[in-house]
Ligand binder design. Structure first.
Ligand SMILES: NC(=O)c1ccc[n+]([C@@H]2O[C@H](COP(=O)([O-])OP(=O)(O)OC[C@H]3O[C@@H](n4cnc5c(N)ncnc54)[C@H](O)[C@@H]3O)[C@@H](O)[C@H]2O)c1
Length: 423
């Protein structure tokens, strides 16, 4: 169930259908293409994750969702302009068969979009209950459900008193509290139905005590926010490399041009702020400047996103990194990533749905609420209060695979490796 059926959602759905029909491979998806080592390196036991872990089969997935544009997913995918026309044409009847339900929307939260269709209700409680009704209807036709927010980035807000307890939040729904965002209404409805919720955007959404409380109460897993796709993906590969070699960083300037609807929404300063906070956090946690002041104490970190329509979904992200080495001698690294935003995001959305569904079926995980093992997918992973997030992509990947081993009752892999050298 996908609130927000734009570029990422249509690329995910058309992509899953293309894979099901044998037109293409699910490249970029750990759940579909990834392998996992079991036992010792000498055991030669490395199955595909999808053949070993009890994750749902792609053939069993059914999609639904909400948007403000009306029409069907063929039209939405054409507007998004990510996939080739020929490829879309070959799946046209399938895509035309999915029509987003009218969304809960409020322009205060996404200023650059004007809805063609949206739900109306007497207050936020009424609107959230309309979403619950949609969910209940979908539940009656399916065995298990997962919700993933692929909607636009909402404006930046800090947690307020209404977000602090479930009781205050539910009162706020009835009182139409202005600090309850549309994404929170979907999340509340979803968790209330005991369904896992993942967030592909950087909105606050479930990162508030009220919804974390509801997640635990309903055994409905939640995880981090904002897909880690382009520049931040590369950043969380390079930064740990500098850190592990004890190379200093004086500055990291990141800028992007993109021309899709996401770029248009982020062109508004309040919406950009939400993205900026999510993107800026990673270096702070990886470099730990307070523990490594000589190397990272004076780092200047800047992130810009510029809306540039000619590029559409094909984002270009530049990074200029000023590093320094032995005796403080400066060096530079330039990265120019000509990426495709939704092509990178779609496999992450797929994996999240499959792994969140697995978490919901795993007694040892579902009661935890936050699924930190899925940090791998996020710019801004969720963690228990007082625990700093791991942003290093390879720590995240190890954590994900060890959690899968744990779920399946396999030995964890620590990379100690002494067993190979005994008698
Ligand atoms: N593509 C990436 O690489 C990437 C990476 C990280 C995060 N994201 C985030 O994922 C989200 C989706 O990106 P996209 O490129 O698909 O954007 P998009 O603009 O193509 O799609 C977003 C859709 O959400 C809809 N929407 C907005 N508010 C809604 C609401 N309240 N209810 C239902 N629908 C609503 C819009 O109408 C639009 O169709 C964005 O927030 C983006 O920042 C994308």
């Amino acid at each position: 169930m996908i609130p927000g059926m734009g570029a990422v959602a249509t690329t995910l759905i058309a992509g899953v259908e293309a894979v099901r029909r044998g037109f293409a491979k699910p490249i970029g998806s750990m759940s579909q293409m990834g392998t996992i080592r079991l036992g010792k390196r000498t055991d030669d036991n490395t199955p595909l994750i999808k053949d070993w872990a009890p994750i749902a089969d792609l053939n069993d997935i059914v999609f639904t969702g909400w948007d403000i544009f009306g029409g069907n997913l063929y039209d939405a995918a054409k507007t998004a302009g990510v996939l080739d026309r020929d490829q879309l044409e070959s799946m046209r009847p399938f895509l035309e068969s999915i029509e987003p339900m009218p969304a809960v929307f409020d322009q205060r939260w996404v200023k650059r979009l004007s809805p063609k269709t949206q739900k109306v209700g007497k207050n936020k409680c009424d609107l959230a209950n309309q979403i619950r009704n949609d969910i209940a209807e979908f539940k009656s036709k399916t065995d298990r459900q997962v919700m993933i927010w692929c909607g636009s980035t909402e404006i930046y807000i800090e947690p307020k008193p209404v977000h602090m307890t479930l009781e205050a939040f539910e009162k706020g729904l009835v009182d139409n509290d202005e600090d309850i965002a549309p994404s929170m209404l979907y999340a509340w409805a979803c968790l209330k139905e005991g369904i896992p919720f993942a967030n592909g955007a950087p909105n606050l959404t479930v990162d508030i005590p009220a919804l974390q409380e509801l997640s635990k109460k309903m055994n409905a897993p939640i995880c981090g926010k904002d897909f880690k796709t382009g520049q931040t993906f590369i950043k969380t590969v390079l930064a740990p490399a500098f850190k592990t070699r004890q190379l200093g960083v004086a500055g990291w300037y990141s800028t992007n041009i993109l021309g899709n609807r996401d770029g248009e929404v982020l062109d508004d300063p309040d919406n950009f702020k939400t993205k900026e906070v999510s993107k800026l956090g990673v270096l702070e946690h990886i470099f730990q400047p307070e523990k490594n002041p000589d190397l990272y104490g004076d780092i200047f970190h800047k992130v810009r996103i510029n809306y540039y329509p000619p590029r559409g979904d094909n984002k270009e992200g530049w990074d200029n990194i000023d590093i320094f080495g032995w005796l403080g001698y400066p060096m530079q690294i330039k990265v120019d990533f000509l990426c495709r935003d939704s092509i990178l995001a779609a496999p992450l959305a797929l994996d999240l749905c499959l792994f969140m569904d697995l978490a919901a079926r795993t007694p040892a995980l579902r009661g935890l609420g936050i699924q930190e093992w899925l940090s791998f997918y996020f710019k801004d992973p969720d963690t228990a209060p007082g625990v700093y997030p791991e942003h290093d992509l390879f720590i995240q990947s190890m954590k994900l695979k060890n959690t899968l081993r744990h779920i399946m009752g396999e030995d964890l892999i620590t990379h100690l490796g002494l067993e190979y050298y005994g008698d």
